[in-house]
Design a protein around this ligand. Structure first.
Ligand code: QV4
Ligand code: CA
Length: 511
């Protein structure tokens, strides 16, 4: 009995690090700016059948409507109230999405913007996604309600009221992040108001939260509202399940605020992952894939069981936030697929796939002057996600999560879940390979010459379909076939000019 008690206590204290994914699913996808009705459809028609464990959705609460520039994507990071009412849909549509996705075992994680309200320079009025009145000048948000008592104005010590130095931990937490009115999270009223918003979402059925701008909140203040959160809805989750928490903290080193301060609250975004992987795959600064042999904690990343990892995110794919020019995105498709493939094959961290919209990038002096452009829309109404015959998306939705190479590597990660990182091989340059126990094996050629060699795969003998160049359809490979001989050896040949210069095989793609 004592053991059961201990296990249940352990279970509880681990829970905020546990995404509660179903059926051994191991990745989530960020369907950035998608409408709720389209996410519900995607859960049923694509995400569940292809082994995605969940969706990160854009902030569902009411936000400022910004018309100059015209409806930027970032208006959704300027809250006006916690009404479930945004360009993605209303509360009924949100509830329908959560039910339909949960019913097919695809969880919903909400992007929670709770460090601040809208920009200090925004004019007062009812220009908001649900028509609520607000007055930033007088700190008046009656639709919450918040008043001037609930903001940090008196606490911030800089004259500009803005964060002027990231080396001052007090400014970073108590002053305006890019001019955004900073909430006084030491106040119980503010903590309880935020908890009520998140509990409303938990009771609807969401599985957890991305906590936006966590670096700008004191970890203890965050713990105060997190401790007020309900357990997950038992219609879809086990009794006592705690919301999955992953905190957006950009820590590339060099600042006093560290990711580790936030480990007590839940997982933390590991921005070093995408920044470093982009440098390696681009072969910048003398980096090469052979150095990936000790990828993960060996590269001074946070412990794997605290990390939320990704190649790019909605900020750094367009030069916002962190990572700079090394970040790989859908614009660099060939290298991007290699980076996402490597992320999904490697055991480090809990993985998030980015799914973007295309925008008219236009560089002036190295800066994309269109980095603000919002989602595809008709006079402000977000366009539906159309699906083409070849399962790609239309209407300028990129749908990276539907690219065969990425979709199949999400499945690869599910198949090898729990298996050790094994059988590493490299050529001292940019040809590398590794396995996951006796379940999967992957080979990369990022050199400027052909890869041609026998490798120990660790897999049972047999014929395998390469899931990068094709699929296994009715016991037939549509792409490359790999023959694993007895004792696990197999011959691999990858041209450096191949469309996708990497091969991945696993036991569920074996003839
Ligand atoms: C401007 C001036 C301010 C001025 C203010 C007056 O820059 O000096 O005081 O007007 O109102 C937009 C504009 C920005 C404007 C601001 C407020 O770009 O110029 O300030 O609105 O009006 C996104 C965008 C921001 C955007 C913000 C709010 O990236 O450009 O600001 O939404 O609309 C740090 C943080 C990290 C953060 C990252 C971007 O540590 O947490 O910067 N990432 C998260 C989100 C990100 C979002 C925010 C935080 C804010 O991922 O998408 O910022 O919620 O690294
Ligand atoms: Ca703050």
């Amino acid at each position: 009995m004592k053991l059961l008690l201990l296990l249940s206590v352990l279970g509880v204290c681990w829970a905020q690090y546990d995404p509660h994914t179903k059926y051994g699913r191991t990745s989530i996808v960020h369907l950035f700016e998608w409408r709720w009705d389209d996410i519900a459809l995607e859960c049923e028609r694509y995400l569940a059948p292809n082994g995605y464990g969940g969706v990160q959705v854009s902030p569902p609460n009411e936000n400022v409507v910004i018309n100059n520039p015209s409806r930027p994507w970032w208006e959704r990071y300027q809250p006006v109230s916690y009404k479930i009412c945004s360009r993605s849909g209303n509360e009924d549509e949100f509830r329908d999405m959560v039910k339909r996705c949960n019913d097919v075992g695809v969880n919903i994680y909400v992007d929670a913007v709770v460090n601040h309200m809208c920009g200090s320079g925004v004019s007062a009025g009812t220009s908001s996604t649900c028509g609520s009145y607000y007055n930033p000048g007088s700190r008046d948000f009656p639709a919450v309600p918040y008043s001037s008592w609930d903001f940090n104005d008196g606490k911030c010590k800089t004259r500009s009221e803005e964060i002027e130095s990231y080396n001052d931990i007090y400014q970073v937490r108590d002053c305006h992040l890019s001019g955004l009115l900073d909430l006084a999270l030491e106040k119980d009223y503010v903590r309880s108001t935020i908890a009520a918003y998140l509990n409303h979402l938990i009771d609807i059925g969401v599985a957890g939260f991305r906590i936006d701008a966590s670096k700008h909140m004191w970890p203890g203040d965050m713990k105060a509202f997190l401790d007020k959160l309900h357990n997950l809805n038992t219609t879809w989750f086990p009794q006592g399940a705690r919301p999955f928490i992953y905190q957006e903290v950009i820590d590339l080193g060099g600042e006093p605020i560290k990711s580790s301060e936030y480990f007590g609250n839940g997982r933390v975004t590991e921005f070093k992952f995408g920044a470093k992987l982009g440098t390696v795959i681009r072969k910048w600064n003398g980096e090469k894939m052979a150095y990936l042999k000790n990828w993960g904690e060996g590269w001074a990343f946070m412990p794997s069981d605290r990390a939320l990892v990704f190649v790019d995110n909605h900020d750094n794919q367009r030069g916002h936030g962190a990572g700079g020019a090394s970040i790989l995105t859908f614009w660099d498709a060939r290298l991007y697929k290699m980076a996402v493939g490597f992320m999904l094959a490697h055991p480090y961290g809990f993985t998030r796939v980015m799914s973007s919209f295309r925008w008219p990038r236009y560089f002036e002096n190295g800066q994309d002057v269109n980095d603000w452009v919002g989602p595809p829309n008709d006079n402000g109404v977000i366009k539906r996600v159309t699906v083409n015959a070849d399962s790609t998306c239309g209407n300028d939705w990129v749908c990276e999560h539907r690219w065969r190479q990425i979709r199949n590597m999400v499945i690869f990660r599910n198949v090898v879940n729990g298996q050790d990182f094994t059988n590493w091989w490299d050529n001292g340059s940019n040809q590398v390979a590794f396995g996951r126990g006796n379940k999967g094996f992957i080979v990369f050629n990022n050199d400027d010459w052909a890869l041609s060699t026998n490798l120990q795969t660790g897999l049972p003998a047999g014929t395998y379909c390469d899931v990068i160049s094709g699929d296994k359809i009715h016991n037939h490979c549509t792409g490359i076939e790999i023959y694993v001989r007895s004792h696990g050896l197999a011959y691999f040949s990858i041209s450096n000019t191949a469309e996708d210069p990497f091969i991945a095989i696993h036991v569920d793609a074996k003839l």
